[in-house]
Ligand binder design. Structure first.
Ligand SMILES: C[S@@+](CC[C@H](N)C(=O)[O-])C[C@H]1O[C@@H](n2cnc3c(N)ncnc32)[C@H](O)[C@@H]1O
Length: 228
């Protein structure tokens, strides 16, 4: 393992807003903040999750714009989470936290109704393994357990396959409601379309992976939908 990674792992242990919880710890006592995130943040503001957040770009960018909401980025890779944790601590952002875990475990971190919005940003498309796709019915079933009714899920991806799978298979099969969808997010500039309010947030910032895909000339797809 690189020196660089080891340094980041060591620094991760010092960040008060980065929670690293092993499978064994979850099994033994459960996650202490489950159902208590309002106490942790010191307010009842709505909570947004970014799943597969990598460096936490969206989490940090949204949290800067919306100090009246709380943001939690989730990823399994500690060396990537380090970036978001470092920035949010340097900027003394009190509305940001990170969880290092497998998203398969996500329901153990939140009580029913505790989360008000989910962003899934450039997840691995998993063409061969439907069960591992973060928008498969398997994962939506986990999210349903803690999403407040009427909460949106946003998916941004460069993968036409994952976009179409979510839009044309999972959403109709589940009877879910789409608010807006596009095969080419930046072809409809938010500034010209105030009648589509979600465009502004979807175009507001680019993640690390998104910038790479845009540099390769790939169109970015987007869908905003509701499970209830
Ligand atoms: C292609 S990267 C995108 C990262 C970031 N959202 C971005 O756009 O720059 C996908 C991320 O999802 C994370 N990931 C994929 N499957 C996961 C899972 N089951 N549990 C936790 N993290 C996962 C990976 O570790 C990786 O950081």
């Amino acid at each position: 393992m690189g020196h660089h990674k080891l340094e980041r792992f060591a620094e991760n242990l010092t960040f008060p807003n980065l929670f690293q919880v092993s499978f064994e710890m979850l099994k033994e006592g459960g996650f202490a903040l489950r159902g208590k995130w309002a106490e942790y943040f010191g307010n009842d503001n709505p909570i947004t999750l970014e799943l597969g957040c990598g460096k936490g770009d969206y989490t940090v960018a949204l949290a800067r714009i919306h100090p009246d909401r709380n943001y939690i980025g989730v990823d399994i890779k500690g060396a990537r989470l380090w970036r978001g944790a470092k920035t949010s601590n340097e900027e003394q952002m009190h509305n940001v936290a990170f969880i290092r875990t497998r998203i398969e475990m996500i329901e153990q971190f939140f009580a029913p109704g505790e989360v008000s919005e989910i962003w899934v940003t450039f997840p691995d498309p998993q063409p061969k393994k439907e069960m591992k796709r973060l928008t498969s019915e398997r994962f939506l079933g986990y999210y349903k357990k803690f999403l407040k009714p009427g909460s949106p899920i946003h998916l941004k991806t460069d993968s036409a396959e994952l976009h179409e799978y979510t839009r044309d298979e999972v959403i109709p099969a589940g009877g879910y409601r789409v608010e807006y969808t596009t095969d080419n997010l930046y072809a409809t500039p938010a500034a010209d379309h105030p009648e589509i309010p979600c465009l502004a947030e979807a175009q507001m910032t680019q993640t690390f992976y998104e910038r790479m895909f845009l540099a390769e000339g790939k169109p970015i797809t987007y869908i905003k939908f509701y499970l209830s």
